[in-house]
Design a binder for this molecule. Structure first.
Ligand code: NAD
Ligand code: ZN
Length: 365
């Protein structure tokens, strides 16, 4: 079944007002306030102004608000990096990449230099001059956002902007993670955090690539969502008395899964992952809980020939591929839509682990 295709009437409104609504915080851990602000009209070379209509809320946005990571973010900060909208204004030279009215997505990588050794090898996320939306530059929790035109992701006609939004970080990130996980069709793959924003999509992309998925998360909602997304087995990490034994027992030969993609927001998720992998298995760290470490026992890591392949978002091409798979009806984004003014409440629920799937914000509400 192809995804529902809806053109939002707002996609045709291409005028640029002087003022707009933004969700902003001024200090680490400080409150999110909804304010009126000037729209940026003077666009630097190569930049485009995007009228953001929907934005997903990623746990990364909450980590940024709380100052969870060892890298400082811009302050004050307008967060958000799953923005879906239309191009309404172009800086000089931006017309080489997009035109007015194009449906586009703003990703975590807001811009990359294009010239460094990493960009030349298409590892744009590792660009030495990369700017990150909703972190080092203002992001998509505002009605009009500035972004590097060449880094915008075209949104296929078959996807509504509302459906596309969560794919712009969660989707591309887990698509890339699945590609790095060294599994082949028929292998068992554990998705840790399978009921979350990233996890529910990871379960589907991994299944699409032929994996048999074991989902790990907690609670009835996330169990039901994991099953809906294709997980053959669900293990509740709060109920299991022996997670390693339970995961191994859920694999057909009892030897453990071929890969574990950790898309969880809690540090505990990393504690046992290397222990339940089968020999020659791959751990793919994706989730970025604060103060987390991966402890690898040297003997067993070598003896079992394990790999740890960390995965950080995706490049421009991977974003196009992740959206294309969804546009062909292979991925079902499970989300609930609220308004920009609900963001503080969304962060509360996210912090308490109460959100199954993704929350998408209608930026005008
Ligand atoms: P989310 O809150 O929607 O989902 C996280 C899920 O993890 C929740 O369902 C939660 O119940 C589950 N969880 C927590 N502890 C767990 C445990 N011990 N075992 C199993 N499940 C557990 O968050 P999200 O938006 O999906 O983001 C998840 C993480 O991924 C965040 O840390 C975020 O910053 C990170 N992230 C990384 C990248 C990257 O490029 N590497 C990109 C986007 C997000
Ligand atoms: Zn994200």
């Amino acid at each position: 079944m192809p995804q529902r295709s809806t053109i939002d009437p707002r996609e045709k409104q291409l005028n640029v007002p002087k003022r707009h609504k933004v969700a902003i915080f001024r200090e680490q851990g400080g409150p999110i306030t909804i304010e009126d602000a000037d729209v940026v009209h003077d666009l630097p070379r190569g930049q485009a102004l995007v009228r953001v209509i929907y934005s997903g809320v990623c746990h990364t946005d909450l980590h940024a608000n709380l100052g969870d990571w060892p890298v400082p973010n811009k302050l004050p900060l307008i967060g958000g990096h799953e923005g879906a909208g239309v191009v309404v204004k172009l800086g000089e030279g931006a017309d080489q990449h997009v035109k007015i009215g194009d449906r586009v997505g703003i990703k975590w990588i807001n811009s990359s230099c294009g010239d460094c050794v990493y960009c030349r090898k298409s590892h744009e996320p590792n660009c030495v001059k990369a700017e990150c939306s909703g972190f080092s530059v203002d992001g998509s929790f505002q009605q009009y956002a500035v972004a590097d035109a060449k880094s915008l992701t075209p949104i296929p006609a078959a996807l509504s902007l509302e459906t596309a939004a969560p794919l712009l970080c969660a989707g591309v990130t887990v698509y890339k993670a699945c590609r790095q996980a060294n599994f082949t069709p028929g292998d068992t793959v554990v998705i840790v955090g399978s009921g979350g924003g990233l996890g529910h999509l990871a379960t589907q992309y991994a299944s699409y690539m032929g994996a048999r998925v074991i989902g790990i998360d907690t609670g009835a909602d996330k169990k039901a969502l994991s099953a809906k997304c294709g997980a053959e087995v669900f293990i509740d990490f709060n109920q299991s008395k022996d997670l390693i034994a339970d995961i191994k027992a859920a694999t057909p030969d009892g030897l453990g899964p071929q890969a574990a993609i950790v898309a969880a927001s809690g540090a505990k998720a990393y504690e046992q992952a290397l222990e339940y992998l089968r020999p020659r298995g791959t751990l793919v760290p994706v989730g970025l809980p604060p103060n987390a470490t991966i402890k690898a026992d040297v003997f067993w890591t070598v003896f079992k020939s394990l790999s740890i392949v960390a995965s950080y978002v995706g490049n421009r091409q991977e974003a196009i591929e992740a959206l294309d798979i969804a546009a062909r009806g292979k991925i079902n984004v499970v989300s609930r839509t609220l308004g920009l003014t609900d963001l503080p409440e969304v962060y509360k629920q996210m912090h308490n682990g109460q959100i199954a799937g993704r929350i998408v914000l209608d930026i005008d509400r």
